[in-house]
Design a protein around this ligand. Structure first.
Ligand SMILES: C[S@@+](CC[C@H](N)C(=O)[O-])C[C@H]1O[C@@H](n2cnc3c(N)ncnc32)[C@H](O)[C@@H]1O
Length: 409
């Protein structure tokens, strides 16, 4: 009897489910959502509905991204999760088989956060925390190329980068962000780390942050300074503004690197960083790191190749002063390849299994009405359908997951 109970709870998972809450839709948005099939977008919305919306009328007249008003496909990884998954018109955020937007928890699953990871603050803040995060499984793959050690995470946000590095065996001793909600999320999920709320553009606050780092390290070797400076100036999702002062936030990060001289520095950003002002900010960053004595490698990573159920491209500058070769993390899944048309998508390769898809990522999460859900619930006895879901619920270890579903190196 007890073994049957144990088996049932292992299959269903136990414990609480956090942040499984989705935004509501207006009547008109609901009309649009109902007309979009899985994999479809604004082009599927009938003319009679289009005419009721000036935005849709404009998109239809002048063309718009094929991700707008998109509904996720169960059998593919999701498109990039950004901070606007509260609106159907801003990306592909409609649930694959329920007429509603994805919940925070579903967005977090698509970003590869484990279910025990909780997000605090208003709905808008939680969307920023999740949408701007480095997917933990991608960060983990980068972290695994470096011998475990102490980490300082700057611009830490909700802590996607910190989470991945921790999963790779590193110890995040200090994480910092300007925003109080981000700091609350960091404190809850990284309770061993010193969390410092700092605006690095203020000289006084930057000085005090440096003192906190020094005190926290207490003479111990710092292995990594990691950071994803805000990317609004670089991202193709926003307007690319070369004068955006946020582009210069990389400077205080470089200052901290030059002062503490960690073995490694990791700078993460969006691919747009390579192109804005012909890549000037990126080149300046690399030049500075080299002038401090670091060797640098810059590469672009595809999140889906590291177990993240999402197409997300990120640029990483990896720098060290140890003389060791800088290694590109080894992928465990095939990349998504694209043809000219939206439907020309390849998911297979001769060497690697296909990436995790949306169904594997979220199909076990309880149904929700549009605009419904609560911050804290149980799993409502929903049965597990995939190894990714077991991984998310903490019922499967990463190496078992890779052995069963991906490619273990
Ligand atoms: C792209 S997000 C970082 C995401 C994070 N690396 C993760 O994986 O979750 C950038 C962060 O920089 C923070 N930030 C913006 N301006 C800042 C400033 N002046 N000082 C410190 N942090 C700042 C934002 O609050 C935001 O959380």
């Amino acid at each position: 009897m007890s073994s049957t109970v144990e088996l049932a709870s292992a299959l269903k998972g136990s414990g609480l489910l956090y942040n499984h809450v989705c935004s509501s839709l207006s009547d008109l948005d609901m009309e649009m959502v109902r007309s979009v099939p899985p994999g479809g977008n604004w082009k599927d919305i009938p003319l009679a509905t289009v005419k009721k919306s000036s935005r849709l009328t404009q998109i239809r007249a002048s063309g718009g991204r094929t991700t707008y008003y998109g509904r996720l496909r169960s059998d593919h990884p999701s498109y990039t999760i950004n901070t606007y998954y509260n609106r159907p018109g801003n990306g592909t955020f409609i649930h694959p088989d329920q007429d509603r937007l994805i919940s925070h928890r579903e967005a977090a699953r698509l970003q590869s956060f484990p279910d025990e990871y909780r997000f605090f603050g208003s709905a808008a803040s939680i969307r920023k925390q999740i949408g701007n995060a480095v997917p933990p499984l991608m960060a983990r793959a980068v972290g695994e190329t470096i011998r475990a050690g102490l980490v300082v995470d700057l611009f830490a946000g909700a802590g996607g980068l910190s989470e991945g590095l921790s999963q790779a065996g590193h110890r995040v001793v200090l994480a910092s962000d300007i925003n109080a909600n981000m700091c609350e999320t960091l404190k809850h999920n990284h309770s061993d780390a010193t969390v410092v709320q700092t605006d690095v553009t203020s000289e006084a606050q930057l000085d005090s942050l440096k003192q906190s780092i020094e005190a926290t390290l207490g003479g111990r070797t710092l292995r990594i300074v990691a950071g994803g400076p805000p990317c609004q100036g670089f991202s193709t999702a926003g307007k690319r503004d070369p004068t955006d002062t946020r582009n210069s936030l990389i400077i205080p990060m470089l200052e901290i690197v030059s002062e503490f001289m960690p073995d490694y520095a990791i700078v993460e950003n969006v691919p747009g960083m390579r192109h804005l002002q012909k890549g000037k900010v990126l080149h300046k960053a690399i030049e500075s790191l080299e002038s401090f004595g670091y060797s640098c490698q810059c590469f672009q990573l595809n999140a889906e190749q590291y177990g993240v159920p999402q197409r997300r491209r990120r640029v990483v500058v990896l720098a060290n002063r140890t003389g060791k070769n800088l290694m590109l993390p080894r992928p465990s899944f095939s990349p998504v390849t694209r043809g000219r048309r939206r439907e020309d998508v390849g998911l297979t390769s001769a060497t690697h299994p296909p990436p995790i898809n949306v169904s594997e990522a979220i199909s076990d999460l309880p149904m929700r009405p549009s605009g419904g859900g609560s911050a804290e619930r149980d799993y409502e006895n929903c049965w597990l359908g995939s190894d990714y879901q077991r991984l998310s619920r903490g019922l499967l270890k990463m190496d078992e997951f890779l052995r069963k579903r991906g490619r273990l190196h």
